[in-house]
Design a protein around this ligand. Structure first.
Ligand SMILES: *Cc1c(COP(=O)(O)O)cnc(C)c1O
Length: 353
């Protein structure tokens, strides 16, 4: 499909890379394509970045019919720009769309929306250490009607924004609180889809954890309220007694691409990785016995985020003396090495633009 480009009349001033705040300054253009049931996708276009015109009755605003993705474009030492596993994001986007009764975006169209926009905005890809261009594709249902029904008119949109180094002062361990009241998702619900509703339901617990002095919550499963699922909006891994433990993809855990990449690297390095049900109790016991060696979250924004403290009610345990662990650091170095093109890419994860 041809993409029609309308250039912005004036270009914005690019922000200083050292003061970038995540997700606040967007580039000059955005990609949009419309879908009409019975007609398919049409009118793919790159237009000046601007507020959307949608009806106040649009389904997305009332019934949260939306899904999104998050990936990054990286500037390498030779000045070129590359993406990390973009087809994995596109396939997950279509899996999320299926769950939310949104239309499938043909993979070539989904990818072209990303690559053509990033190519047009390539001067916005920063080059300072640790910086990148964050890419946010999303699909919304915009029918102007309040009846509860899936939308006939949908839009696939891509916006991009330069983002700073996630850890300008090095990887500092975070404090995590086990959430025992709210749940993020249940099997049969939308936990495996990357959809805004999951985030809306998670905000209160995040606010409460912050008020107690914690960075994020550790989510428990919605049925037994016993087994751990994710940490904040990241997947989570533990090194216990030499083995790596991570919750299995049970229908309420998001299939993270960083999670997938970490599992592959850990297996390459000869670690045993157990994807299974893990109770919070098992983790606290390991910590008390001294077999809990490392803990970390995984996600595109931070890559890995070391966990230094875990608390539930009045109980708390410190992990690895509140220091980043050896494997956590090694995963961070290897993944960021591949993403910024400093390290070989044996699994073919990089797509050059
Ligand atoms: C996006 C996301 C993740 C991490 O996925 P990545 O593909 O690694 O960025 C984990 N959990 C939730 C709930 C998410 O939305």
């Amino acid at each position: 499909m041809e993409i029609k480009i309308t250039r912005a009349a004036t270009l914005k001033e690019k922000p200083d890379s050292s003061t970038l705040v995540f997700g606040q300054s967007f580039t000059d253009h955005m990609f949009i394509v419309d879908y009409y049931a019975g007609k398919g996708w049409q009118d793919a276009r790159i237009v000046p970045y601007a507020p959307l015109q949608i009806d106040p009755a649009a389904k997305v605003l009332h019934y949260a019919q939306e899904i999104f993705e998050g990936l990054k474009a990286y500037r390498t030492a030779d000045g070129s720009v590359q993406l990390f596993r973009p087809m994995d994001n596109i396939r997950r986007m279509n899996a999320s769309a299926e769950r939310l009764s949104l239309p499938q975006v043909p993979e070539d169209l989904a990818l072209a929306g990303i690559t053509e926009l990033v190519k047009l905005e390539q001067d916005w890809v920063p080059s300072e250490e640790g910086t990148s261009l964050y890419i946010r594709p999303f699909i919304i249902g915009v029918d102007p009607a309040l009846g509860v029904h899936s939308s006939h008119h949908c839009q696939y949109i891509v916006i991009v924004c330069p983002v700073g180094a996630y850890y300008p002062e090095g990887l500092a361990p975070v404090k995590i609180y086990v959430e025992d009241e709210d749940v993020r998702a249940v099997k049969g619900g939308t936990g495996m889809a990357k959809t805004g509703g999951n985030y809306a339901a998670s905000l209160r617990a995040g606010d409460r954890a912050e008020a107690k002095g914690y960075t994020q919550v550790l989510w428990l499963d919605g049925v037994h309220r016993k087994y751990i699922e994710e940490v904040g909006a990241m997947n989570v891994m533990f090194k216990v007694d030499g083995k790596i433990l991570t919750p299995d993809l049970n229908g309420s855990v998001l299939d993270g691409i960083t999670r997938r990449s970490c599992i592959q690297l850990l297996k390459d390095w000869g670690y045993e990785v157990e994807e299974r049900r893990i109770s919070a109790e098992e983790l606290f016991e390991a910590a008390k016995k001294g077999t809990m060696e490392e803990a970390w979250g995984t996600g595109t924004a931070a890559v890995v985020s070391p966990i230094g403290e875990l608390a539930e009610g009045d109980e708390k345990v410190i992990i690895n003396n509140n220091q980043i662990g050896e494997i956590t650091q090694k995963l961070y170095d290897e993944l960021t090495g591949i993403q910024w093109g400093r390290t070989a890419d044996p699994h073919g994860w990089i797509m050059k633009l």
